[in-house]
Design a protein around this ligand. Structure first.
Ligand SMILES: Nc1ncnc2c1ncn2[C@@H]1O[C@H](COP(=O)(O)OP(=O)(O)O)[C@@H](O)[C@H]1O
Ligand SMILES: [Mg+2]
Length: 376
């Protein structure tokens, strides 16, 4: 039940809009700044030989690829940099050091594959914002632009290979959920449950987003709906937060690195399971609305639930609720990204603010309880 996407390249434009030029950095200046910073981190001479700013995947923090030489060899690194405050970032707060500590905790406590960690630099002075540096992992990522459902290595693979990718991704999810909960996550206030706290934070983010402008009646409705339809919660665990295949580097269809821990949170594991399912549906619906078959056999709701139960022993509960909540979270983030594009003069405010949500029809159908019956 997707909205019509008349021109699939609109999706590319949406991503471009989300990365306004003012938040881009100059590779040569970066190279000099990182070389100076590296000198404070390693013994002996160190110099950066190359800096690249990739264009695809990723909308909020900046990710840059760095090649550097020290101690007699080359190092292939990735730096994740908080956005510059003057770029009107998508989120009100970025805590790169917390992300670094969550990844370090997961690396120490589990077999979940994560990039090798080098340093976290909380001082904004070096690159204009805090950042951390990790090892670069080779492999393939299902692309967001154009979405992997529009034709990609995922679609070119065999059914068996895709099944392997699916199972091994779900296994990683189950491993994350077994990890002891790290310190430093946002915890519930007062007598809130972890899910209620999660919803409150979404609401706070949305209220920040719409300050001084019209909100979205659909999102208002969604926030009321989730508050009115709270399920019984399974035990809270560490959730990855942005649990989708577009945040995994695969080698031979197996995860070799789990990326993007910005949304890691304390909450029921269904948050991650539903995000994994919903984000695929989002890309699948886009493909179908563009007249393409997409990958209807991948990450099907029942299959994901069944495989997760088989691997972990926990039967996911209330996925109607959690997939609707996932669609709502995605709607709020998308609304924010569109508000920002409008403020930058890169998009026009539509007559109906709900039209700023690309998957508006999906969210409406989920809230009406009719979405899943129409999924083939
Ligand atoms: N350690 C890494 N090794 C290789 N590529 C990486 C690594 N970290 C990030 N990337 C690249 O940067 C992109 C964005 O990273 P990600 O952590 O998903 O951030 P975000 O999506 O929030 O911008 C990834 O899709 C990938 O292409
Ligand atoms: Mg990402």
């Amino acid at each position: 039940m997707p909205n019509d996407v008349e021109n699939p390249s609109d999706i590319v434009n949406a991503d471009e809009l989300a990365r306004p030029s003012s938040s881009r950095r100059d590779p040569e200046l970066l190279r000099e700044a990182i070389t100076a910073w590296l000198a404070t981190k390693v013994d002996g001479d160190a110099w950066v030989t190359d800096v690249q700013i990739p264009s695809a995947n990723g909308m909020s923090s900046e990710t840059i690829l760095i090649d550097a030489d020290w101690a007699g060899r080359s190092h292939h690194l990735v730096a994740r940099i908080a956005p510059q405050p003057d770029s009107d970032p998508v989120f009100p707060h970025y805590d790169l050091d917390r992300q670094f500590r969550v990844i370090a905790h997961v690396a120490a406590a589990t077999d979940v594959p994560v990039p090798a960690l080098y340093w976290s630099e909380p001082e904004p002075g070096f690159l204009g914002a805090p950042f951390f540096v990790m090892g670069r992992v080779e492999g393939e990522i299902p692309p967001d632009v154009m979405p992997y459902t529009f034709g990609s290595w995922v679609g070119d693979a065999s059914d068996e290979q895709r099944a392997l990718l699916q199972t091994e991704t779900i296994r990683v999810l189950a491993q994350i959920h077994q990890c002891p909960v790290p310190g430093g996550l946002d915890m519930p206030h007062g007598d809130e449950t972890p899910l209620q706290a999660h919803i409150r934070r979404l609401r706070e983010f949305y209220e920040w987003t719409i300050k001084g402008r019209n909100g979205s009646p659909l999102i208002d409705h969604g926030l009321t709906w989730v508050a009115d339809n709270l399920p019984e919660e399974s035990d809270a665990v560490l959730t990855w937060g942005d649990a989708r295949i577009g945040n995994v580097i695969y080698t031979d269809f197996q995860p070799s690195a789990v990326l993007d821990w910005e949304m890691a949170a304390y909450g029921p594991r269904e948050l991650d399971i539903a995000w994994l399912i919903f984000l695929h549906r989002f890309f699948q619906d886009l493909a179908e609305s563009a007249g393409m078959p997409g990958l209807p056999g991948l990450l099907r709701r029942e299959d994901v639930a069944e495989e997760y139960a088989k691997i972990s022993g926990h039967h996911p509960q209330d996925l109607d609720f959690y997939t609707t909540y996932a669609a709502l979270i995605h709607a709020v983030v998308m609304f924010r990204i569109q508000c920002r594009a409008i403020d930058f003069g890169q998009a026009h405010a539509p007559f109906d603010p709900d039209d700023m949500i690309l998957h508006r029809a999906t969210l409406e159908a989920m809230l009406a309880g009719t979405y899943w019956e129409n999924v083939k």
